[in-house]
Design a protein around this ligand. Structure first.
Ligand code: KMT
Ligand code: NI
Length: 175
């Protein structure tokens, strides 16, 4: 299952787990209260997976592409990683399905504390529009992810502070 925990406050390499000692685990139930949803799928058959098809139909995830995040294949790798790790929000849900490798999504909880979500092969997640978050690869430096979107994708990230957006206020009110 999905594992999540509260981050420590060290400035050390973002790719490290940054668990507190002792670890402060966060459950799927807690993530749900923040509007984060999760599915576990068989990434070996993503090309022809009826379960994925059903989710895409039910949720209206009409758009999809695949991004491979590794130094050798992603143009401007370092720059992009830096951008992904800047705290930001989007005006739409961020939907990601890990097809291979690993990654971390960090999200803010209701008290504005960082929660780290460890994503492994087969993990699919939705971050709600308006939630502050960031992304990083882990120490394996490799992840292949499907990006899904309702309709035409809008990748624009609004770095914090972005509290004036209506979607942000709507999200905060939903908590
Ligand atoms: C984002 O907006 O945080 C991202 O697109 C993260 C990288 S995609 C796996
Ligand atoms: Ni994002």
């Amino acid at each position: 299952e999905l594992e999540a925990w509260y981050l420590d406050d060290s400035e050390d390499d973002q790719r490290k787990p940054h668990r507190q000692n002792p670890n402060r685990a966060v459950s799927l139930e807690q993530l749900k209260t923040l509007g984060v949803f999760y599915w576990k799928l068989n990434a070996d058959i993503y090309d022809s997976d009826p379960e994925l098809e059903k989710i895409r139909n039910d949720q209206g995830y009409s758009y999809m592409d695949i991004i491979t995040i590794q130094k050798e294949t992603l143009p401007n790798y370092e720059e992009k990683l830096k951008m992904f790790f800047d705290e930001h929000l989007h005006l739409d849900d961020e939907i990601r399905y890990i097809l291979d490798g690993k990654a971390y999504f960090d999200i803010r909880d209701k008290e504005d504390l960082w929660i780290r979500i460890a994503m492994n092969k087969g993990d699919m997640i939705t971050l709600p529009a308006g939630i502050y978050h960031r992304f990083t690869v882990d120490e394996s430096n490799y992840t292949k992810a499907m990006r899904l979107f309702v309709g035409e994708p809008v990748w624009k990230a609004h770095n914090r502070p972005a509290d004036h957006f209506e979607i942000r206020q709507k999200y905060v009110a939903s908590l």
